[in-house]
Design a protein around this ligand. Sequence first.
Ligand code: NAD
Length: 361
Amino acid sequence: MAEPDYVYIPVQELESFVTRIFGASGCTPVESARIANHLVGANLAGHDSHGVDRVPRYIAWQKAGYIIPDQKIEVISDGGGFALLDGKFGFGQTVAKQATEFGIARALQSGACIVGLRNSGHIGRTGDYAEMATAQGLISIHFVNVAGSVLVAPFGGKERRFSTAPFCIGVPLPSGPVILDFATSFVAEGKVLVASNGGKALPENALITQDGEMSGDPHTLYGPYEQVGPRNASGGTGAIRAFGDHKGSGLALMCELLAGALTGGGTSGPITERGRIANGMLSIYLSPQHFGDEDAFHQAATDYIAWVKSCRPAAEDAPILAPGEPENHRRAARRVSGVPLTKDAWQGILETAASLGINGP
Ligand code: NAD
């Protein structure tokens, strides 16, 4: 496949452009800036699948009434050490941030807190919320699902049953946090979106057709589509595969049970037609300071990671990395180079902006 054509947009310019788009679509200046900062932050981390490529889709969801600006979480139950919160279909960048702040405040006070969030708009890159917790010295664990979004075939299957259900753990260390954050699908749906926009191609076995054939072609998921324009996962007949055989498939199932069934936000399916989707998230916040000897924990974890990284690499040019390091490296590089966007993705964002009366930078 030919290398995609990229445009490089300076970070500040991109963030202020996206802020103006959400401002024009009816979000407050604070919320617009928050959404833009999160999306550009995902691009900086190298997760273009959860970056500004999503702007046209977010605006379409807002227009359809699927996401509602300026929402506040509602407390459904509160047991002190745990709480269940409802995001009322607010922007995930708003209500998941509120839910994370809630969990952080409780864990800082008493050592631990479990927070269920349901009915949240798309929360984007889960690692952002773990980074909020690690910035406060807390460990956090997040099980996430996408209610109403059935895209992923379970291990051994060729039909959709799971959402892309991400799982994330953040561990704070003096040298910087360790952040493990991934979709339980072979690739995040956004990576299929990026590939369909001419971006990085998918592995040939990322998807499975309804006939059980492996595929790396985004049409397997979306069906026919125009090169610039929306993608609809109802259009295709195939599925994304779960990662890691039976183990990844099992973790995806658990994300659906904890983030979807337990929170009351609902699981990925069954659904007859793809409409409003919502993230659910079950988060556990833990304070090492309350739990035991924080300094000893930091030392033991730091020493252990150094030992893991001292492992002789199988390929000389690919050193062992801790989770979160690839994102740190990409952030540093992209702050200098600007954010690379495929021409098709950039065109889609410009068209969405124009529809709201906003000119591109
Ligand atoms: P991915 O496959 O790129 O994996 C990322 C994780 O693996 C990171 O923790 C990274 O640090 C680590 N990693 C990558 N290369 C490494 C290496 N060489 N050595 C050590 N660690 C390494 O991620 P993904 O599955 O494509 O997910 C991308 C993003 O999509 C995540 O931020 C996730 O939260 C998000 N997502 C969100 C939703 C949602 O509904 N909101 C759904 C699915 C995914």
